[in-house]
Design a binder for this molecule. Structure first.
Ligand SMILES: *Cc1c(COP(=O)(O)O)cnc(C)c1O
Length: 648
């Protein structure tokens, strides 16, 4: 390919190319697309519904002084996800003529934010969607928010006396809490509480299955897992509850084989095992009636439809079909009534609806411009120039000789080493050393261009791309806004939300605002694999370059921390309106600097007063002018009221 060819290719770059490059056509099919302006379009009600230009929306939000970093929550997407989950189970129930129903619960720990949960509960009314609590604080939320007597409240997690008594009493105000026995010692506690209150709770039993999931959450089940009763413990629990006359309240079998199940085969095994335990519980005299298959319904983050960790080898419909069909099979062959099916699908409901948008503050990369020719250049610099010129003489084609490139790179490294040695010995000056380094990078750059079309590339040369990559400085803290990328190497789709009709001509990764070398985004989806560099556009100072992190609505916000005292970003809830427009339902303000300082036990007023006294002293000593002192105090006062992120 010649130079002119490559320019013509750039001009024929289309939004389709961007869509396939970033995998948007795979992971974003329902809710995201790219419009003719090269911007991301959001389709909160699926591809058939009305859409919003994300960039246009951001500009209007900017007009309301809501600037990136910003979390945008599309509540219509949340609604669509809830609808799709129920539809999938409804379809499966019809397909197999299953004689009972599906009743979901949303696990609160996925996103405890009040506006989000309120929305989920109100959207879920139609299907009697309940909540799952894993702690006493979450139980309080569940009891207060869900007043539909048909909706279930699944009580998981460690339970003390107060937790259990609260759940028993809540039954008497018309709630439906099911106390799921997760640890054997809860049996005695439930019996005691029932005696004290003279009332019984609905009881569930969580089984420790031997079927184990693969990947990250594989230890959520199996003999060594934290929660659930082993088979001998289940038997013992049944006998003990029977003696206490509580077996008649045992109505639910629960299991959870871990979040993000990648491989559907694992789920099938677990369902078969749980189905058999369910049958045995009925034979032992428990009335039962419900099987709760836990969480784990995965999200296809990279759209590859594989069993790799960022994906799932099944669809929502496959999942629902397998749950319904497997449980039905088990009931049929044992001639028992088909139970109500429950899932605790969190990730699948609340991942898609929120997008984190952050702006790029600047970039840095090794300098690759060719320095102008100087008089009497040193030998090492001359040698580097010759190497570079020879590289420029090579024709860009598919059949480029890789060994030649490797040889040229070896030469360049040798000449650079020569230049460094000369510098150490005082033979060349700083300017000459800079020239030598720049020429070396120019060689590297030329080599990466030449090897673009080759399929076989040596490891040495592969590393050049990474060495030449740009760092994009980003106005976020990954510890606050995307902690799983750091903690468990979770991959999210990350891509620019505009300029998508323009060929991205840089390779880069993102560095965040924290002074922590782990504060970066440097793993990106790659259709079933991961890559360390992302194709990006060249950054133009004074122009917005907005990047979106997608599918991050589950777990991220609450797991985020205040590392370096970066707090939450602004968050907005967007709802579509009938006139093809939208409305801002809620604005959840970012943590101010005052708030994060307070979280660390500081008193803003006191800090301010200390600085005021110090500035008065400086005025007195003639080191600070009065108006500068005033300016300093004003900066601090304003800063305390503002978010922790960089302002324009
Ligand atoms: C975390 C958790 C869930 C939610 O899992 P997802 O994979 O997000 O759906 C459900 N049930 C239990 C018991 C959990 O611990």
């Amino acid at each position: 390919m010649t130079k002119s060819d490559s320019t013509s290719q750039e001009s024929t770059w289309t939004t389709k190319d961007s869509s396939s490059l970033y995998g948007l056509d795979r992971w974003g099919e329902e809710y995201f697309s790219i419009n003719d302006y090269g911007n991301i379009n959001v389709h909160p009600k699926g591809q058939e519904g009305q859409s919003l230009d994300l960039v246009h929306l951001l500009k209007e939000l900017k007009g309301r002084n809501l600037k990136p970093p910003l979390l945008i929550r599309f509540d219509d997407i949340l609604e669509d996800r809830i609808k799709k989950l129920h539809q999938a189970f409804q379809n499966a129930i019809e397909k197999y003529s299953y004689s009972n129903k599906y009743k979901g619960v949303f696990p609160i720990k996925c996103n405890q934010q009040r506006h989000v949960l309120q929305k989920i509960v109100s959207i879920g009314q139609e299907w009697q969607l309940g909540l799952e609590a894993g702690s006493k604080a979450e139980l309080l939320i569940a009891l207060a928010l869900v007043d539909n007597p048909q909706a279930l409240l699944i009580c998981n997690g460690y339970k003390d006396k107060r937790y259990i008594e609260t759940a028993i009493l809540a039954r008497q105000i018309g709630r439906q809490p099911v106390i799921v026995i997760e640890q054997y010692d809860e049996v005695e506690r439930i019996i005691n509480a029932s005696k004290i209150l003279g009332a019984a709770p609905l009881i569930g039993i969580r089984a420790k299955l031997s079927s184990q999931s693969s990947g990250r959450w594989s230890t959520s089940t199996g003999d060594q897992s934290k929660f659930g009763l082993s088979i001998p413990e289940i038997l013992k629990a049944v006998q003990t509850l029977n003696k206490a006359n509580l077996l008649k309240e045992v109505s639910l079998l629960h299991f959870h084989i871990g979040s993000q199940i990648n491989d559907i085969a694992v789920l099938k095994n677990a369902l078969q095992e749980a189905g058999q335990i369910y049958v045995e519980l009925i034979h032992l005299g428990a009335p039962m009636g419900h099987i709760d298959v836990g969480g784990g319904l995965g999200v296809d983050y990279d759209g590859s439809r594989t069993s790799s960790s960022a994906s799932t080898n099944y669809s929502l419909q496959n999942y629902a079909n397998d749950v319904v069909a497997t449980i039905q099979e088990c009931c049929k062959s044992n001639n028992i009534k088909e139970p109500t099916l429950i899932s605790e699908s969190g990730r699948s409901i609340c991942s898609h609806f929120s997008i984190l948008i952050f702006n790029i503050l600047g970039t840095s990369a090794v300098p690759v411009e060719i320095p102008p020719l100087a008089n009497n250049e040193s030998l090492s610099v001359k040698n580097l120039r010759d190497t570079l010129n020879a590289l420029h003489d090579i024709y860009e084609s598919k059949t480029v000789d890789i060994s030649k490139l490797q040889e040229a790179w070896n030469d360049a490294l040798k000449f650079k080493e020569d230049a460094l040695a000369s510098f150490r010995l005082g033979f060349i000056d700083l300017t000459t050393r800079a020239t030598a380094e720049q020429l070396t990078w120019a060689c590297a750059k030329r080599i990466t261009t030449l090897m673009k079309n080759s399929s076989i590339i040596t490891e040495d040369l592969k590393a050049l791309n990474a060495a030449l990559a740009s760092t994009y400085y980003s106005n976020i803290s990954i510890f606050r806004s995307a902690p799983d990328t750091w903690a468990i190497d979770q991959l999210f789709p990350i891509m620019p939300i505009h300029r998508l009709n323009e060929k991205p001509n840089q390779l880069g990764h993102f560095a965040d605002l924290t002074c922590d070398s782990d504060g970066k985004l440097s793993e990106f989806i790659d259709n079933g694999k991961a890559k360390s560099l992302l194709e990006l556009h060249s950054f133009k100072p004074n122009n917005d370059y907005w990047i979106g992190l997608f599918l991050g609505g589950a777990y991220q916000e609450v797991m985020g921390n205040l590392h370096n005292l970066f707090g939450s970003t602004n968050a907005v809830h967007i709802r579509l309106t009938k006139n093809k427009s939208y409305k801002l339902d809620h604005v959840v303000r970012a943590n101010t600097k005052g708030a994060v300082l307070e979280a660390m036990e500081y008193d803003s007023e006191e800090l301010l007063e200390k600085l005021r006294i110090a500035s008065e002293l400086a005025i007195e000593q003639g080191n600070l002018k009065i108006n500068d002192a005033q300016r300093l105090i004003e900066h601090i006062e304003t800063s305390l009221r503002q978010s922790t992120y960089l302002q324009e």
